[in-house]
Design a protein around this ligand. Structure first.
Ligand code: NAD
Ligand code: SER
Length: 310
């Protein structure tokens, strides 16, 4: 039986991706793997293996011995954490990718999903409705690693026929798992604080618009892209994807519709500079045209589901 490996499965995206993939493909077909020695309880319903994305030999042996044919490579350092340890961020984000790309080049893996990010864009990029093809001069180590990763994915496709598919995720908002050290994390934390003590200190300025998306939409997009016929996947670097764009002030207002006495204060820190270098909103018309992408969640819908489920 062909198997799927989700590497970096214990994080914000991995836990929800594993849950959905297991519902669709069968519990035993989807192996969750992570550096952690135990997986979160929520994905205890299927196989779990402790694996280091940088341990080339163990990854290679596991993938070949277990007939893994699809890999979702999620292990990475995110933007804020990466700025604190740039050297290691570069190592993890790049070497981890090469290990998987090379296994696909040698035909051990049929298909790879590797996520990119809105962080590939930089201060010289057009900020509103950022096009698929545009100026990309990222100023964070995370963004540089994602942009280099995109180039290598396309290269492995063009030179070696590797089927690697990718999305430039916006900031993701979820209630089943916590975010892992990004600049968009405020948009998850705000819901916890709104419910706990009705007060939130935001590390970004009130008017900082960023592209965001509810996790259900992101997981659906990922699986739709992976299931799309190969001839529809025309972009081999990474696809722009858009959901909702908002500022902290706009999000706070939407929360106040449900919790009227919720208060927010703004105390920008080092993450403000990262956010300032990223787009306000994204043009994802190519994803729509090529593989039929359509988001479902708007701001109020997302706020409602978050506050209901936390
Ligand atoms: P996360 O930090 O929540 O999860 C990453 C997981 O990888 C963690 O469980 C961690 O333990 C694991 N990991 C770290 N080093 C590892 C190693 N050496 N070997 C195995 N596992 C290791 O991150 P996430 O938010 O789930 O993001 C997953 C991917 O999606 C990353 O590539 C990230 O850049 C990308 N992405 C995320 C967002 C977002 O908003 N969450 C947006 C854009 C792109
Ligand atoms: N949500 C991610 C971050 O803030 C974007 O890639 O790092």
């Amino acid at each position: 039986m062909k198997k799927i490996l989700v590497l970096g499965a214990c994080g914000q995206i991995g836990t929800e991706l594993v849950l959905t993939l297991r519902q669709l493909k069968g519990e035993e077909s989807v192996i969750a793997a992570d550096l952690k020695n135990e997986c979160p309880e929520i994905i205890n319903n299927g196989p779990y293996i402790q694996l280091d994305a940088l341990d080339k030999q163990s990854i290679r042996t596991y993938i070949i011995d277990n007939n893994i044919k699809e890999v979702y490579l999620l292990a990475a350092l995110l933007s804020a954490t990466a700025e604190k340890n740039p050297e290691f961020a570069w190592k993890l984000n790049m070497e981890g990718l090469f290990i998987i790309l090379d296994l696909a080049k040698e035909k051990h893996i049929d298909k790879i999903f590797w996520p990119s990010s809105i962080a590939v864009f930089g201060p010289t990029t057009p900020m509103d409705q950022t096009p698929q093809h545009t100026i990309m001069e990222p100023t964070t180590v995370y963004g540089i690693s994602k942009q280099a990763g995109e180039r290598w994915c396309e290269y492995y496709n063009l030179k070696f026929g590797v089927d690697v598919r990718s999305i430039r995720y916006p900031g993701l908002i979820s209630y089943k798992s916590l975010p892992g050290g990004g600049t968009t994390d405020y948009a998850v934390d705000i819901f916890y604080k709104a419910k706990e003590n009705k007060k939130f200190n935001c590390f970004l300025k009130e008017d900082t618009a960023l592209p965001m998306m509810f996790m259900d939409d992101a997981i659906r997009a990922t699986i739709e892209l992976m299931d799309a016929p190969i001839e529809n996947v025309k972009i081999k670097s990474s696809y722009n994807l858009a959901g909702i764009s908002f500022t902290p002030a706009v999000l706070a207002k939407a929360i106040q519709k449900v919790i009227p006495d919720f208060e927010i204060e703004y105390h920008p820190d080092f993450r403000q500079a990262i956010a300032d270098s990223w787009p306000n909103s994204i043009d994802d018309s190519m994803s729509k045209k090529h593989w039929g992408w359509e988001p479902k969640f708007d701001l109020d819908g997302m706020v409602h589901v978050m506050l209901e489920n936390l």
